[in-house]
Design a protein around this ligand. Structure first.
Ligand code: UDP
Ligand code: MG
Length: 309
């Protein structure tokens, strides 16, 4: 018998807990045929609704259901990490509680693991049902990210991923505080098979990601997996120095030839504004990295547990 650990991060998902369980075990005949035992690890990410109660109820009915409950909301990345730490399986899979990651895809995914792939990942090819502005910025983000980072980050990749013990251990070995999961998967490598499917809209409840939350998350992704912005600041600085030298030469020559009529102070104001703007911008970039380093250096725990059953 092989053990499959299913990790489900939940944040205010009370209506979805049971639906997910039912949907997952629709694969029962497949699990039996392939001799796969299943454990579900619901990670409650500090929900304020009845999520924990729902999970506890399920746990009483079925001992394959486990619960880890956080002391507050630590974010999905922390929830995934906690779930992986507790997974005892020979394989692990991560799925959203809202059924946007269809459990019906599992047999196909498992087929590729049998073929020798280390991990099977999914990406959605459409962004149907998403506000157009959000889709636009998401696309821009992936394009930028892949240009400035050596780690491959796939557009539309979901966190729905089936992986072997080896990959799980590799991910657990990355103990950083700033956890940009998509980057971490790309970084560890291993042979990955990508499956594509059409976006499925959330059944119940609503998305926990506001535009602003996504924006901050994307900045985290950039600072976590690329140092190009830092180089950019340096290059910009060098460029401006070169420009200044040129201007100095021009000014000196012009003064020597034409004398020194006092003029051009509007252009001076523009230059001062531009240069100080660039300076502040670069300082901000450095600040971003400094703040991430600061958080890492503190070595704070990634999450705190309130209950673990
Ligand atoms: N989630 C979480 N902590 C958070 C936000 C979300 O554990 O702070 C979980 C959520 O319960 C769901 C999954 O992460 O199971 C994906 O969230 P959501 O469906 O809101 O994101 P979307 O699918 O809209 O990107
Ligand atoms: Mg969702």
């Amino acid at each position: 018998m092989k053990l499959l650990s299913v990790i489900v991060p939940c944040y205010n998902e009370e209506e979805n807990i049971r639906d997910f369980y039912v949907e997952l075990f629709k694969n029962d005949s497949f699990f039996k045929k392939k001799e796969i035992e299943v454990e579900i690890i619901y990670v409650d990410d500090g929900s304020s609704d009845g999520t924990v109660a729902e999970i506890r109820k399920l746990h009483e009915e079925d001992e394959r259901v486990h619960l880890v409950s956080f002391s507050r909301n630590f974010g999905k990345e922390a929830a995934i990490y906690a779930g992986l730490q507790r997974a005892k399986g020979d394989m692990a899979v991560m799925m959203d509680a809202d059924l946007q990651d269809p459990p019906a895809l599992l047999p196909e995914m498992y087929g590729y693991i049998e073929q020798g792939y280390d991990s099977v990942a999914t990406r959605r090819v459409t962004r149907k049902g998403e506000p157009p502005v959000r889709s636009f910025f998401a696309r821009m983000f992936y394009r930028l990210m892949n240009r400035i980072s050596r780690t491959e980050i796939v557009d539309g990749a979901r966190d729905y991923r089936l992986m072997t013990r080896q990959v799980v251990d590799a991910i657990l070995a990355m103990t950083e505080y700033n956890r940009f999961t998509k980057g971490i998967f790309g970084w560890v490598g291993y042979e990955t098979k990508w499956l594509e499917y059409e976006n499925i809209e959330r059944k119940k409840g609503e998305t926990k990601w506001s535009f602003w939350k996504l924006f901050v998350y994307s900045l985290e992704g950039i600072t976590a997996f690329s140092t190009v912005p830092l180089t950019m600041a340096a290059v910009l600085g060098a460029l401006f120095c070169a420009l200044a030298f040129g201007m100095i030469v021009v000014t000196i020559v012009r003064t020597l030839i034409f004398g020194d009529p006092t003029s051009g102070w509007p252009s001076l104001v523009c230059i001062i504004l531009l240069v100080s703007g660039v300076q502040l911008f670069c300082l901000g970039i450095v600040g971003q990295y400094l703040s991430k380093t600061y958080m890492e250096v503190k070595r704070r725990p990634i999450y705190l547990v309130k209950e673990d059953i």
